[in-house]
Ligand binder design. Structure first.
Ligand code: MRU
Length: 353
């Protein structure tokens, strides 16, 4: 099977967001894999809360959710033009923007909503709804394109390791890194898939291996701490991950633990691929030191499934993203193409800025 004739119905079963015309329904990712529950959100602050609480998560998906959040906020606004509406909507936009700090897709989607609003006339509410729909549809198309581009880098018969969840659950569908893996499996290039647990929230254990199971893709879960041992074994030729922000010099913020995978991959001669739509590229941020890294409640480290596992009084630190320096990255794949050995010059040529 070639990249151009992947059966997307066969390889893409899960949808994290559903716009009903009156509400945004989100597949609650806090309770997967054992409960598959869509929850309806009717207002923008409720959507901001859902993003903050990880009901919906993954950089592209939170951007799309925020765009629909703006559409919901618009329901409470009476205005004769887009510019007038924008003034009234600005506080809601800022609350959406503040719901999570690291993934640039959130600010990117809100900037797109502001831009169309600024030039809209009396039909500004329909304009907003069309734009949110376009953001979602373009993300799905970008993922399918990246799947083909990324898979083409992988030699037939390869093994891959992925981290966190970058699949349909984290996007409009198909996924970024997991899209490459779907395409690579469909084409027979990938014959072994490994996924990390991704402590402490367990996106890999709870979401990625479940999502792959929905597509009948065989995957093996490993403890985060087993990664070096696995890469040393020769079973893996590519580590394939997503991104929350790609800086002007090619540094990449992604789920905590990504940087140590890149270091180990380089040590053992395993290639390292970052897959993300161009909405994740942030040319305005020069390098990884400038990225705000989200820190979440240390309680995530102190208990498992609601039961405390750590002695009372112990302190914990819970940064949930890290920065992989561009020098450790072999390829960045966006829907615009493949950038090998990214650095500031190549990023400028490829992504402008
Ligand atoms: O905290 P999360 O689960 O939102 O973090 C998600 C990641 O780090 C993903 O790798 C990234 O957003 C890319 S998702 C296509």
């Amino acid at each position: 099977m070639t990249a151009t004739n992947i059966d997307y119905d066969r390889y893409d079963h899960v949808r994290p967001l559903r716009w009903t015309g009156v509400a945004l329904e989100l597949l609650d990712q806090r309770v997967l894999p054992f409960k598959q529950e869509y929850r309806a959100f009717n207002g923008s602050d409720a959507v901001a809360g859902a993003i903050h609480d990880l009901v919906v998560r993954g950089a592209p998906a939170i951007g799309i959710a925020a765009a629909w959040g703006v559409v919901l906020a618009a329901r409470d606004v009476q205005a004769a033009s887009g510019t007038e509406a924008l003034q009234q909507l600005e506080p809601a936009l800022q609350r959406l923007n503040a719901s999570r700090p690291t993934a640039v897709n959130l600010a990117w989607a809100l900037a797109r909503m502001r831009r169309v609003l600024a030039s809209a006339g009396g039909d500004w509410q329909q304009v907003l709804e069309r734009e949110a729909g376009a953001i979602e549809a373009e993300d799905l198309a970008a993922n399918r394109r990246m799947g083909s581009l990324g898979a083409a880098l992988i030699a037939p018969g390869s093994g891959v390791l992925t981290h966190c969840n970058t699949g349909s659950l984290a996007t409009a569908g198909f996924g970024t890194a997991l899209g490459v893996i779907r395409a690579g499996v469909a084409e027979g290039r990938i014959t072994r898939v490994f996924a990390t647990e991704t402590r402490p929230w367990n996106q890999g254990a709870r979401l990625t291996v479940w999502e792959l199971q929905q597509d009948d893709i065989d995957a093996t879960l490993i403890a985060d701490s087993a990664a070096a041992h696995l890469l040393r074994s020769g079973a893996v030729q590519w580590v394939v991950v997503g991104a929350d922000r790609i800086c002007a010099n090619g540094d990449v913020a992604n789920k905590i633990g990504t940087c140590q995978l890149a270091i180990v991959a380089r040590h053992y001669g395993v290639k390292f691929m970052v897959v993300a739509p161009s909405s994740t590229v942030d040319i305005a941020t020069s390098d990884g030191d400038q990225i705000e890294i989200e820190e979440r409640d240390p309680a995530e480290l102190l208990s498992a499934r609601g039961e405390r596992t750590v002695a009372e009084g112990v302190r914990a630190w819970n940064p949930v993203f890290d920065v992989t320096p561009h020098g450790l990255i072999d390829a960045i794949v966006t829907e615009q193409g493949v950038l090998e050995r990214p650095d500031a010059d190549r990023m400028r040529q490829f992504h402008g800025g």
